[in-house]
Design a protein around this ligand. Sequence first.
Ligand SMILES: [Zn+2]
Length: 62
Amino acid sequence: MRRRYIPQPRSHFLKVTCECGNVQEIFSHATTIIVCRVCGKTLAEPSGGITKLYGEVIEVLD
Ligand SMILES: [Zn+2]
């Protein structure tokens, strides 16, 4: 299933690697918890206006 995000100022997509090896694009200003689509581990969660990341960022996309 594809999801579309509405672009917002000063926000971008990040490519994050999960510890299972899955690479997933996530929104830098997530408003909900984002989980790995392979193993289900939490990759990012909103935390007081910032996004807490649990994976390793390998690329920043505009
Ligand atoms: Zn994973």
